[in-house]
Design a protein around this ligand. Structure first.
Ligand SMILES: NC(=O)c1ccc[n+]([C@@H]2O[C@H](COP(=O)([O-])OP(=O)(O)OC[C@H]3O[C@@H](n4cnc5c(N)ncnc54)[C@H](OP(=O)(O)O)[C@@H]3O)[C@@H](O)[C@H]2O)c1
Length: 285
């Protein structure tokens, strides 16, 4: 049995769909039955509950061999992931597949990659088999700029001239599903990117090309952007953590490179930004 957390979200949802498409019937721990309805209709077993509830997590882990652990960023993410890992070991889970990030390194200085690295280390120390899913910046983050792209023909982010090797969450979920359904992935860390390293001016060129109209990238002032984040994100810790990470991208603190993980594991090319834009054209035009 495979258990997924985060399967009503972007990447976990893609991983669950890919498992169902393979004819597998994973179990999903979800907070909201409505959001999990499509997965239930597809054959997934749904356990309703919060990952912070140890009793529910124990129930969800019964008979599970492989666990996909994905939680959203927050001040409590490390503690929550450590608790799930400890409960998984107690429950006899054999293999944990953790959603981490490509910036998660021993010398990471931003809070989110630092947290991912500490969580990875907790899993490595658990004695269980593990696989780390380590994507770069999500293409889906552009959906947060869809309104300004549509209405003002621009997007504004505080990345300066920084570069990423952005990846589509459909590829990330498909890699996670391959790891969960397949074998030979224990002890592997998979850095996942799209096919190209782009700065955000180049990303704007891709939008212009696909949408057939000039789209501009307007580098945002980091302080102004932080004040916007504080209005839209659930708490100050999260806003500061995202702002610090974006600041590091702007500074080129972690130099991105394109990896061949998607090609190696899925036997096809990773989704390009132009394809992502075409697939979400109604949101952007
Ligand atoms: N954004 C990026 O560019 C990027 C790049 C690399 C790595 N990452 C990593 O990706 C992860 C987030 O992935 P995502 O964006 O695919 O996630 P997401 O779309 O934000 O979805 C989060 C999922 O977690 C569930 N969840 C949240 N709190 C929960 C709780 N207390 N108990 C049970 N379930 C809970 C949510 O359920 P509900 O539907 O009920 O809310 C949802 O299914 C983060 O760890 C982040 O560091 C992100």
């Amino acid at each position: 049995m495979i258990l997924l957390t985060g399967a009503t979200g972007k990447t976990g949802g893609e991983a669950a769909k890919a498992l169902l498409a393979r004819g597998l019937k994973p179990r999903v721990l979800a907070r909201n039955a409505d959001k999990a309805a499509a997965l239930a209709a597809g054959g997934a077993e749904i356990i309703i509950g919060d990952v912070t509830d140890a009793g529910i997590v124990r129930k969800a882990l019964a008979g599970v061999e492989k666990l996909f652990l994905l939680l959203p960023n927050g001040e409590q993410q490390l503690a929550q992931e450590q608790q799930v890992v400890d409960l998984a070991r107690e429950a006899g889970v054999r293999h944990i597949v953790k959603m981490s990030s490509m910036e998660s390194l021993p010398d990471a200085t931003a809070p989110i990659p630092q947290m991912h690295w500490a969580s990875e280390q907790h899993i490595r120390a658990s004695g269980l088999d593990w696989t780390m899913i380590r994507p770069n910046f999500f293409m889906q983050n552009f959906l947060g700029s869809a309104r300004t792209i549509k209405e003002q023909k621009l997007f504004s982010l505080p990345m300066g001239d920084g570069k990423t090797a952005m990846a589509d969450t459909r590829d990330i979920g498909a890699v996670a599903a391959e790891v969960l359904a397949g074998s030979g992935h224990a002890g592997k860390s998979y850095d996942i990117t799209g096919p190209e390293v782009l700065d955000f001016h180049q990303a704007a060129e891709r939008f212009s090309e696909v949408l057939g109209t000039q789209i501009n990238y307007v580098p945002a002032d980091p302080e102004v952007y932080l004040s916007i984040l504080k209005r839209v994100l659930p708490n100050e810790w999260h806003a500061n953590a995202v702002s610090t990470l974006f600041g590091e991208i702007a500074l080129g603190a972690v130099l991105p490179h394109a990896t061949d993980t998607v090609r190696q594991l899925l036997g096809r090319e990773p989704i390009a930004l132009t394809q992502f834009i075409r697939d979400h054209i109604a949101a952007f035009r």
